[in-house]
Design a binder for this molecule. Sequence first.
Ligand SMILES: [Zn+2]
Length: 265
Amino acid sequence: MKLNKDVEVIPGSPNTLVYQGRVVVDQGGKNANLALNAEVQLATHGHADHIAGLLDKNAKIKYLPKEDYWSLTLMGRRCMIYGFSSKEDKYFTFDLVKEDLRDEFSETEVKKVKLQGHTPGQVGYILGGVLYAGDSFFGQKVLESFGVPFYSDFWKAMETLESLKEIIKGVEQVVISHGPVYNNRKKMEELLDFNIQFNLKLVQKIKDLITNKERTAEEVTYLVSGSKEVTNLMLNSVTVKSILMGIANEVKVSEKGIVYAYRSP
Ligand SMILES: [Zn+2]
């Protein structure tokens, strides 16, 4: 899908952006093996579905934000998405790239904006008037099926969402990785707002669940998750712990494990 004379988006999850046929952002997922003849390969962050392009031997310039260099190894990528690594297992369904990346990254002229929270180092790229905002926010269906957005630091991600309201005013179009592609900036502003409201409701829901009641992060994760599959619960528990630490005013250890509560004054 062409957004303007210079920018094209190849739909997928992630959506892959191509600028002037030579700069590629977030080649991965089902687009991982497309021959795009990129001179420049950029990844917004280190998650396995965004980094296949960084393995492209013909690209002259490759960039991954430094704070996401945990992505160089499979173990690092597992730790940042599931919270730990282990032996091969069917539940590690996000291990889309198994090989190690080589530390061959260099600076790029492409304008970057910090979009931290989803990962420690996520950046967005502005190319030809289009902001590619990675996994800073998500399509409605993605949010509703998971029930919880993936944010290593939920509170940092919320600051990023606020900053995006301003950043978006300075560009013509916005593309995110997992969600529909709109040619219309207004629709993306509405989707950003939907994400903020969704997250505020999630915080309230979690606060209600632990008000004068002790619950483990696992219990809370189960109760707020859409799909209750093992892998989804592993991912959602990362965000839920970040949220719980921000709202519980009592954290202690019981025979169930760490329990969180909000004691209303
Ligand atoms: Zn991601």
